[in-house]
Design a protein around this ligand. Structure first.
Ligand SMILES: NC(=O)c1ccc[n+]([C@@H]2O[C@H](COP(=O)([O-])OP(=O)(O)OC[C@H]3O[C@@H](n4cnc5c(N)ncnc54)[C@H](O)[C@@H]3O)[C@@H](O)[C@H]2O)c1
Ligand SMILES: [Zn+2]
Length: 364
């Protein structure tokens, strides 16, 4: 049994299917979309654990799968990684009318989506996300990108996939820390627009993280549905889609200040960033203190960082964090744009936040 969610974007509409063990149906589901050789792009970690099973079902469906295995890690999302992947895709002989499959976390999804978007002026692609973060966030919505020395995700295109196959079963091999980092984005959906979902997470989140099959399918499907609805209303982030950046202005600054290192995963930065966004909202008199405490308590209970001191190693300075925020690509006319909250489930975007209030929240 799988859940089907449609991302409604006119002729670019597509379905997200969510289920435990869905990879076993990948052949049947991808066959109608593919013609000719079908590159399957993955990284070495995912390849070791899950590639054989996927290739087997594709073979059974008589698909001409051509595995391309890249080095794991954010470094692969680079011009060099892009060039290498394009070379491999061309060598595999993929053509317009063909299908490229991204089988991995957000790194593989973002890079493969971008390569598919520009190769031969655009080739169809499918996402089979294998991290919780990729399943609830990066595989949905069509943003693709690589990083440059100037910053993360600065070069990319919007290129929507043809289908997203989310198999929650593959999460059983994901390291706990990566799982939790993805959970931060799950909790984000509750915080930004769905108090009832947040309450559900308080009751069932730990169960989902412990591997309960029904709970994790429900959590992932609900998250995808929320993102799909937001993307359908605002594909290019002219407005509402910006709500998905809750916790990300602080989070990106913390990631930058810790050198995008192993000290702080993206989702951990988002968890901490959301806790800070709640505190800033309370400080500005916008949000009841209880909501901030309740939200933070849940993140902490599952094991996510909620205080800057939770980051191992030297503490990032307030000055450095403010400096990073000033360089965020979401800065307009020198003003800091933040997603703040009026309570759990009630986020909004605002762009004239006094720097002093931000400083005080960071100093605390
Ligand atoms: N396009 C978007 O809208 C969007 C949204 C959010 C994040 N992102 C991007 O996503 C990236 C982060 O994605 P991520 O957190 O998935 O990182 P990732 O792709 O680096 O995966 C994390 C680690 O988990 C391993 N892994 C993946 N699946 C596994 C599995 N099933 N079992 C065991 N190990 C597995 C990977 O090899 C890697 O070491 C960032 O580059 C970020 O910018 C994009
Ligand atoms: Zn994020």
């Amino acid at each position: 049994m799988s859940e089907r969610i449609t991302v409604s974007l006119g002729e670019r509409s597509y379905d997200i299917l969510v289920g435990a063990g869905l990879v076993t149906e990948a052949g049947k589901l991808l066959a109608p979309l593919a013609r000719g050789p079908m590159p399957v792009v993955t990284d070495a970690n995912v390849a070791k654990l899950h590639l054989t099973a996927l290739l087997e079902v594709l073979k059974q469906a008589r698909l001409d799968a051509r595995p391309i295995v890249l080095e794991p890690g954010e470094g692969t999302k680079s011009f060099r990684g892009l060039e290498m992947l394009c070379t491999e895709l061309l060598a595999a002989g993929v053509d317009r009318g063909g299908l490229v499959v991204a089988f991995g976390g957000g790194v593989i999804g973002d890079l493969t989506g971008f390569a598919a978007g520009i190769l031969k002026r655009g080739i169809d692609f499918a996402q089979i996300p294998t991290t919780l973060l990729a399943q609830v966030d990066s595989s949905v919505g069509g943003k693709t990108a690589i990083n440059t020395v100037e910053g993360k995700n600065l070069v990319g295109v919007f290129h929507q996939p043809k289908i997203v196959l989310v198999d929650t079963g593959v999460l059983s091999t994901l390291p706990r820390r990566e799982l939790l980092a993805g959970y931060a984005e799950v909790a984000k959906y509750g915080a930004l627009g769905d108090a009832a979902f947040f309450a559900w997470l308080e009751a069932n989140g730990a169960k989902a993280l412990a591997g309960d099959a029904d709970a994790i399918v429900d959590a992932v499907a609900h998250s995808c549905r929320m993102k799909a609805d937001i993307v359908a209303r605002d594909e290019r982030e002219a407005g509402e889609r910006a709500l998905l950046n809750l916790g990300h202005t602080f989070g990106h600054a913390l990631e930058a200040a810790t050198g995008y290192s192993d000290r702080l995963l993206h989702g951990e930065g988002v968890a901490l960033g959301m806790a800070l966004a709640f505190r800033l909202s309370v400080k500005l008199g916008l949000c009841p203190g209880q909501d901030a405490e309740r939200f933070t308590r849940h993140l902490k209970a599952v094991g996510l960082p909620v205080e800057i001191v939770d980051i191992p190693g030297p503490r990032p300075t307030v000055g450095a964090l403010l400096e990073h925020m000033a360089h965020d690509k979401k800065v307009k006319d020198g003003k800091l744009t933040f997603v703040l909250v009026r309570g759990i489930g009630q986020a909004f975007v605002t762009s004239d936040i006094p720097r002093e209030a931000v400083r005080e929240v960071l100093e605390k």
